[in-house]
Design a protein around this ligand. Structure first.
Ligand code: GAP
Length: 414
């Protein structure tokens, strides 16, 4: 990762993903989608606009008192006008507030050439609202029955007062989230199911589970819409802090949007004809925090060797291909043939610099699980060596079997 806008001195707390970072980030995103959407029967996705009708944010409460000097509760981030500050937070009871500041968490912009209140719009402060406002569209088009989920991934923007700790808290960040719509009387069983599935996901991406903690938010500290919330926390080098959240949001959002939009957002059970407002379980996953926790869980130093023990499904490159020697055209030609062929199916990288040991080490450092070397024996018997990142063992494999071999190796880690 690079500091954002670095050649102009950067922009505080903005970060750009580089060539390897973007691969790791995309791999986490794609694995999440596979795990929570594609591999399930009752989950569908949407990809919504980042700029929504400001009425959405009025209805959700995000715009409340947005142009006044505000203080923010240090615990639950509830905001109050400085001149109407309660003695203690009305949401969580905490008595600590930030200093008064003219701020709103919503990032404002203007649509079109005029800059006035009629053209004011906001970059979305959370992606959840896009799932709620599309609830009816999805219901009418996707032939799904309760319980079901609507998933989405994408950027959210918050004018955070205290960003920092690298990519932990930034003003624009990536979220992966779903709203799971259930019958009210069944919320507890679904909550418990998703709690376990969230833990299984953390194992799937290779998090050090000793560093993961569940924080069952006390009843008097819950957000006003939630009846139960669990924060999954992680031991970052800067302390134990939130990684993911799991909330029972009741029917708060759908009811709110129904009232403010005047639209019917109820669900009708096709068998019983019963009409009701679904209740919602919301598992939410910060993508940037996932990546940070993955890196912190994978980084190891073994003497001189630095190794990133990433799950192969997440590794930026699945395989590296080397000619034993750079100055032997016949080795380079053969290795290039293998490399170009494997690139069709695997994210692969090429290296012909320096000695072979250094090349292995530089792949270890970026988490490449397998490295193929083309040597003189390759020219005679059409086999190559494949070296394993974690065991450092090498074995000879026939070129024609490489695809199967790589697939087996890569999947066997998961
Ligand atoms: N719809 C619920 C929601 O947005 P949240 O706890 O405000 O919940 C969800 O945010 C997740 O987004 C958090 O669990 C965290 O992983 C991530 N997150 C929140 N604020 C962030 C920030 N400023 N920078 C990076 N990630 C953030």
């Amino acid at each position: 990762m690079f500091p954002g806008s670095e050649i102009y001195g950067g922009l505080a707390n903005s970060w750009d993903y580089g060539p390897l970072g973007v691969e790791l980030k995309n791999n986490i995103k794609n694995l999440w989608w596979k795990n929570f959407v594609h591999q399930r029967d009752n989950m569908v996705g949407i990809d919504a606009a980042l700029i929504m009708n400001p009425k959405v944010w009025e209805a959700s409460g995000h715009l409340k008192e947005f142009s006044d000097p505000l203080v923010e509760c240090k615990k639950c981030h509830a905001r109050y006008r400085a001149d109407q500050m309660p003695e203690k937070c009305e949401e969580c009871g905490k008595k600590e507030f930030t200093a008064a500041k003219q701020f709103n968490l919503m990032l404002k912009t203007f649509l079109g050439p005029a800059e006035d209140s009629s053209t004011t719009a906001y970059l979305r402060g959370e992606i959840a609202q896009s799932m709620f406002v599309n609830f009816k569209n999805v219901l009418d088009t996707a032939r799904i029955k309760i319980p079901f989920g609507i998933a989405s991934q994408g950027k959210a923007f918050r004018n955070e007062i205290t960003p920092g700790n690298f990519i932990f808290r930034t003003r624009e960040f990536n979220l992966m989230e779903f709203e799971y719509f259930v019958k009210e009387q069944e919320w507890e069983q679904h909550f418990e199911y998703w709690r376990k599935e969230m833990l299984a996901w953390m194992e799937l991406i290779g998090l050090d589970m000793k560093k993961v903690h569940e924080n069952d938010i006390a009843k008097d500290e819950l957000a006003h819409y939630s009846k139960k919330t669990i924060d999954f926390e992680f031991d970052y080098p800067f302390g134990k802090k939130e990684l993911y959240g799991l909330a029972y949001r009741t029917d708060f959002d759908l009811k709110n949007h129904m009232e403010k939009s005047g639209q019917d957002l109820q669900y009708t059970d096709a068998e019983t004809n019963e009409k009701f407002t679904p209740h919602v379980i919301e598992p939410t996953f910060g993508l940037d925090r996932s990546l940070l926790a993955v890196l912190l869980s994978s980084y190891e130093e073994e003497g001189e060797r630095v190794v990133l023990k990433l799950k192969p499904s997440l590794a930026p490159y699945k395989v590296a291909v080397f000619p034993l020697l750079k100055n032997k055209p016949e080795l380079v030609k053969k290795a290039q043939e293998i490399y170009q062929d494997l690139k069709k199916d695997f994210t692969a990288t090429w290296d012909d610099r320096g000695n072979i040991g250094k090349r292995y080490y530089s792949q270890d450092e970026i988490g490449t699980p397998l490295a193929i070397t083309c040597d003189f024996q390759t020219l005679e018997d059409q086999t190559v060596t494949v070296r394993d990142r974690d065991t450092m063992k090498q074995e000879r494999v026939a070129i024609e079997n490489l695809r199967t071999f790589l697939n087996e190796k890569i999947n066997s880690y998961n």
